[in-house]
Design a protein around this ligand. Structure first.
Ligand code: ADP
Ligand code: MG
Length: 610
């Protein structure tokens, strides 16, 4: 990833405060002279260095998880350029406005820093090594779980470092530091007894010094009186550059003898790390899937389940993939998961070469009705072409006592029922997380030119409380390469309350009309399985909408989410957002509230120190 400030002629990259002041001095020290540099403390953040009355002022610019930038207490801006532009018109709390950029000379290239693209590379590497995902599956995992992953990495990354010794006593730490050579700066980090906080032990002049690592209320780590960091490993990296109150800077890691990793983590030894350096990353993470959840009590992520990737993503299994499955490899339970006019859905197990998987089987009632059979074949034909973590996959068809459509199992069932049954336990953030996943699945359909035509909370199935998949492709259509809508010749048994005006008036179905349905689905979700438009009948709903009315905000639903619903209910489909936009908005909001809750959690965890 390229630094968003890379194009700014007054951006210097990773230079120190002293170097920044040197540049400003050379440029003349006039009032309002400024430059921008990278911040070592917060990932993705900057420092704005400004001259006023022959003095230097340095302002930290923090990058929020929702992607905006702000100076503490100031307004958020969408990028560093916009932020600087803003402060060049309005001092808004700074000592003065930004008047004259201190331009970088051609001999001074942007200095790359240790943390450049570290965060993103770390996320990638973490997902790659923990869940063995690549490509699209990895990207989708990161987008849908970024807040959880960042939290997980922030709280556990140090555990993977060779200098981390876990819970050992002060005496034991000294024993380890004194064994072998004792150069100045040899160090280790350990967990302090009961408190869950950390200590840093370092050798200087053949003597061990111990420092407590403080954790403040906002979840930041620091040395007493020192610079604050998001994570322990960043603090350690910083202390390798600056003593920040310690007797010495940190140099050589005292290696944990019990570390299963063995390999030295080369990541942080690199002086610079380019954006293409992900192959240099070496974060030994172990291979056990449960390994990581055990150290934190995090909830399961979609990638932890067996239905995140297709069972056919294994090349061996793919070789044997056929549209029609063998009946003797399919075991059908009598338990009914649901029913419809086509027949019923039963649970079962399908035996593959290497594993057995839980499946849901749509069993056709009577094959005499040719129409119903054709419909199921069409549904299968659509599903056959889809492969996305947020869409129920078809395993295959089976023609035996009945025609059967075999799908991945989503054991927690339809979203509307789940939410109305568990109102008390499910937070709004959880609803946002699930609806964001639905939007990801819909982006996939939109990109691949499919229209769903029956998106509704009843057709969003849950694998578990934190994992949703879109299902029921009974009405779906694949659009022609040059079409962006499907025109139905006649109206059928349609879910009118979920349909956009152009569907009803002109029988035109597009991804934009799916967006309208997404809005109604959001409304259902945020009202915890409520019935849209209450007792109104289809035709009443149509005139309600035509006269410009829309459903009210469900109680407790965040304003931002209601605003998005109303956007989805834009009358003219040309002016309605597409799923790319919808997903972006869901994502931004989701990340922004997850950040809040994670710092609240850190608040609760921070204990006063002895
Ligand atoms: P219909 O076209 O009748 O709406 P659906 O495909 O929506 O058919 O399935 C009907 C019901 O069967 C769902 O509401 C759900 O309870 C159950 N069901 C369908 N597919 C699955 C699945 N993959 N996993 C678990 N339950 C399922
Ligand atoms: Mg259905």
């Amino acid at each position: 990833m390229i630094d968003p400030a890379a194009d700014l002629p007054f951006f210097y990259g990773s230079i120190s405060r002293a170097e920044a002041e040197e540049h400003l001095k050379l440029a003349g020290m006039m009032d309002g002279l400024f430059l921008l540099r990278q911040c070592l403390r917060s990932l993705g953040g900057y420092v704005l260095s400004l001259v006023w009355q022959l003095d230097f002022h340095h302002y930290a610019v923090e990058k929020q998880l929702n992607g905006t930038y702000c100076i503490s207490g100031g307004k958020p801006h969408c990028g560093p350029a916009e932020l600087c532009q803003y402060y060049s018109q309005d001092a808004d709390g700074l000592v003065c406005m930004l008047r004259k950029p201190c331009l970088r000379s051609p001999e001074t290239p942007i200095r790359t820093g240790v943390f450049d693209s570290l965060r993103e590379n770390m996320l990638r590497e973490y997902v790659r090594q923990t869940w063995h995902l690549e490509g699209n599956a990895m990207e989708q995992a990161i987008i849908s779980q970024a807040p959880q992953l960042e939290k997980l990495i922030a709280t556990t990354a140090h555990e993977k470092m060779p200098w981390y010794h876990g819970k050992i006593t002060r005496t034991e730490s000294e024993r380890r530091l004194y064994s072998g050579a004792q150069p100045d700066g040899k160090f280790l980090v350990r967990e302090r007894d009961e408190s869950g906080t950390f200590a840093l032990s370092v050798i200087y002049g053949k003597t061990a010094y111990h420092y407590q690592i403080l954790l403040d209320k906002s979840g930041k780590y620091s040395m007493p009186e020192g610079t604050k960091f998001d994570t322990v490993w960043q603090l350690v990296e910083y202390l390798k550059l600056k003593p920040d109150g310690l007797v010495t800077i940190l140099r050589e890691a005292c290696l944990n003898p019990n570390s299963t990793m063995g390999r030295v983590c080369t990541l942080f030894l690199l002086p610079t790390l380019s954006s293409t350096a992900s192959s240099c990353l070496c974060i030994p993470l172990g291979t056990s899937k449960l390994d990581d959840s055990s150290s934190t009590n995090r909830h399961t992520m979609p990638m932890d389940t067996s239905v995140y990737e297709s069972p056919y993503s294994d090349p061996e299994a793919l070789k044997e993939k056929k549209l029609f499955l063998k009946r003797d490899q399919l075991m059908i339970d009598e338990v009914e998961l649901g029913s419809g006019n086509f027949g019923c859905v039963k649970r079962g197990v399908y035996k593959m070469r290497k594993k057995q998987i839980d499946v849901a089987i749509k069993v056709l009632k009577s094959e005499n009705e040719k129409g119903v059979k054709d419909e199921m074949m069409k549904e299968a034909e659509i599903m056959h072409q889809l492969d996305n973590p947020y869409i129920v996959r078809m395993i295959g068809l089976c023609q035996a006592e009945n025609l059967m459509l075999v799908m991945e199992m989503a054991p927690a069932g339809p979203l509307n029922k789940y939410l109305s049954a568990k109102k008390e336990q499910i937070t709004v953030e959880n609803v946002v997380e699930l609806m964001h996943q639905v939007s990801l699945g819909m982006v996939y359909l939109e990109e691949n030119n499919f229209v769903h035509r029956d998106l509704a909370a009843r057709n969003v199935l849950l694998v578990n409380q934190h994992y949703a998949k879109i299902s029921d492709f009974g009405l779906s259509k694949a659009l022609g390469a040059n079409d962006n809508y499907y025109k139905a010749r006649t109206a059928g048994k349609w879910p009118l309350k979920w349909y956009a005006p152009e569907c009803i008036n002109f029988h035109k179905f597009s991804s934009k009309s799916d967006v309208w349905s997404f809005g109604v689905t959001m409304w259902e979700a945020f009202s915890y399985g409520g019935k849209p438009y209450k007792k109104m009948k289809g035709p009443e709903v149509i005139s309600f909408i035509e006269s410009g009315n829309r459903m009210d905000c469900p109680p407790g639903c965040p304003d931002v989410m209601y605003a998005l619903m109303k956007d989805c209910w834009t009358y003219q489909h040309e002016n309605r957002p597409g799923f790319v936009k919808v997903e972006e908005q869901m994502r931004n909001y989701y990340y922004s509230i997850s950040k809040k809750t994670s710092s609240e959690a850190a608040n609760a965890a921070a204990e006063p120190e002895k």
